[in-house]
Design a protein around this ligand. Sequence first.
Ligand code: PGA
Length: 250
Amino acid sequence: MARKKIIAGNWKMNMTPSQAVELINTLKPLVVNDDVDVLFCVPAIDIIPAMEAAKGTNINIGAENMYFEDKGAYTGEISAEMLVDAGVKYVIIGHSERREYFAETDETVNKKVLKALENGITPIICCGETLTQREQGVTIDFIRQQIKIAYLNVTAEAAATTVIAYEPIWAIGTGKVATTEQAQEVCKAIRDCIAEIYDDATAAAIRIQYGGSVSASSAPELFAQPDIDGGLVGGASLKVDFGKIVCYNK
Ligand code: PGA
């Protein structure tokens, strides 16, 4: 069965609740594409107003992060149960900015992935190498390690429902998009790694996004690659350009 593309915006720390509603109202007529699952991952405080604004549209609202404990004395954190109660079905886990600025590790990523799955939320698991790692020729080794740890104790059945976002760190917010060949090569290596951990059917089911300076002009070629099933889009998801990215095949 062909994998349905999934194109997600990652708003990062942008948009107040009222700006979020305004942006969704602007974008909703522009992001209609039956071939694509459309997702806006928004700051936690925007989730409820964004859900309301997206009601009756094809836009899904996701979170940018969550904690791996169920509840308790973790000031400032948000639980999976809170996301579920708000209607959230997707959460970004282990974005490179979380790893760099908030000390997330492959181990915390794994705990969050397990907790999201336990609660019926689809994790979008981020991986990606630094420029130094790419130059040292260790990109694939590094990403295989990130993937193997992220999926520890995840069953094949659950793994098949997850989404992976390959985001080379040097391409995030820099305007430097990976070449189509670089992006396809790593996304294929990720799929091969999933086949090794699980089996071919799981590898064939899992959706793998590319992220890092995706734009309306780079999207069509990237998303036409056999192992690239959509994108995780930062900067361009806050603009009307996101409509062009979602409608990349129209
Ligand atoms: P960018 O961000 O599209 O602005 O490079 C992508 C991301 O960090 O998810």
